[in-house]
Design a protein around this ligand. Structure first.
Ligand SMILES: C[S@@+](CC[C@H](N)C(=O)[O-])C[C@H]1O[C@@H](n2cnc3c(N)ncnc32)[C@H](O)[C@@H]1O
Length: 412
């Protein structure tokens, strides 16, 4: 059985490599398959009205046709190309010369233009994330025998338990995406949750999901900048951030804002993206290449070390109660590495996340853009995400990077 799987994986890897090597030919083949469906759906392709019930992206054709252009989109179809060009301009030199985006000047540029960088990034990638990954935009430690979605929810419920979330509490989700974690955590704990995201498209989408799931009374998303929050002092009983404050241009300011809106003695927990001391070597060109690939593909000013996160929490007025890499056992025989899903392990349910699945998506997006169904620039976005998926896998395999550095801290 194991041998068969290995053979299947090798065969899929070969096909995947072929697709990556010959995107044009592969796309033409894919075109033949999708053209019929496209023609059928073309009438609706310009502004597809999505049900927003968290199942919209389960329909491959409908989902792919609505990416970057549906009735909730904030970015217009003809703005996509400029948006991705502008975004990539903030990372000028990335992937061409190792070290190019690690200069003080390059980092300072992204820090000063963080709103544009992050908003553009999420206008471009939100649909790809939702289509390829699901409504929770984060990774999670996973044990052998555990399903992908089970592991995602377990990481979220872990925060509920460490924060003591329960009915009657008002909780802040710092950088909430389209609210996947918020809905799961509300259903699990009964707490009410306010999410803040800088991206209006995510607000439009997330609030529709809340409505459709009957959670609108308890959960809501608002558009805002977590660097200067629109909430009164001492509003919340707890706060959490899942793989979001890695985007912050100034963590002390971001965490100080979280401290300001928390009631005294209340807790803030989260998962941070960091490079790992003792493993990540800034003198190793290959490590720097991987780190920069993760930064350009994920809208990051720059990745920091765990000690920087802890120091920023303390400087913001928190007592740090616990912190560790939730993926520290990543290579134990009892764990499925957090990056395995991106790396090519084949599961039918998670097909779109695998290397082969992503190559197919890329070919499909190329075809749809060529047929002018998908907006101009869509293929560039897909290529950006594919390239960074490889960097994430490399970073995880070498254990120089983790997306799950857990912390819990109490406002003094
Ligand atoms: C990787 S996503 C994670 C989303 C969510 N926590 C989840 O796990 O599904 C990062 C989120 O941080 C938000 N974000 C980044 N910088 C922000 C800022 N300055 N203000 C508000 N939201 C921000 C993005 O808009 C996005 O929703």
């Amino acid at each position: 059985m194991a041998l068969r799987n290995e053979r299947l994986e090798r065969a899929l890897d070969r096909v995947s490599a072929e697709v990556s090597k010959r995107p044009v030919e592969s796309s033409l083949a894919a075109a033949a398959v999708v053209t019929f469906a496209v023609v059928l759906k073309m009438r609706r392709a310009k502004k597809i009205q999505m049900a927003r019930d968290s199942n919209d992206f389960n329909d491959t054709i409908q989902g792919s046709l609505s990416m970057l252009s549906n009735s909730d989109s904030v970015l217009q179809r003809d703005e996509v190309k400029d948006c991705i060009d502008g975004y990539e301009g903030l990372f000028a030199g990335a992937r061409k010369a190792t070290g190019a985006i690690t200069t003080e000047e390059s980092i300072a540029k992204r820090q000063s233009e963080y709103q544009k960088m992050i908003n553009s990034f999420y206008n471009l990638v939100t649909d790809f994330y939702e289509w390829g990954w699901g409504p929770s935009f984060h990774f999670a430690p996973r044990v052998v025998g555990e399903g992908f979605m089970e592991s995602i929810k377990r990481a979220e419920y872990h925060l509920c338990s460490r924060l003591g979330m329960k009915p009657g509490m008002r909780v802040l989700d710092v950088g909430c995406g389209v609210g996947g974690p918020m809905r799961h955590m509300c259903q699990f704990s009964g707490a009410s949750i306010d999410g803040i995201t800088i991206n209006q498209y995510q607000v439009n989408v997330g609030n529709k999901y809340n409505e459709r799931k009957g959670l609108a009374d308890l959960c809501k998303l608002i558009q805002g900048d977590f660097q200067k929050q629109p909430f009164e002092d001492a509003t919340f009983d707890a706060a959490y951030a899942i793989e979001a404050t890695c985007h912050s241009p100034d963590k002390v300011q971001c965490f100080s804002e979280v401290a300001r809106v928390l009631k005294p003695g209340c807790c803030f927990a989260g998962y941070e993206w960091v490079v790992l001391p003792g493993k990540f070597d800034p003198e190793d060109k290959d490590h720097v290449r991987i780190k920069e690939g993760i930064e350009v593909g994920n809208g990051l000013p720059t990745l920091v070390y765990p000690e920087d996160v802890v120091a920023a929490l303390e400087a913001a007025g928190f007592e740090v109660l616990d912190h560790y890499d939730a993926n520290r056992e990543v290579h134990s025989p009892h764990q499925v590495p957090w990056y395995a899903t991106l790396g090519g392990s084949m599961t039918l349910s998670g097909f779109r996340m695998t290397r082969f699945g992503r190559a197919c998506t890329h070919a499909l997006v190329f075809t749809l853009e060529t047929l002018r169904v998908a907006p101009r620039g869509s293929t560039q976005v897909s290529a950006l995400l594919n390239a960074t998926a490889i960097d994430l896998v490399d970073g995880g395999r070498r254990q120089i990077f983790t997306p799950s550095y857990f912390f819990v801290a109490r406002k003094k």
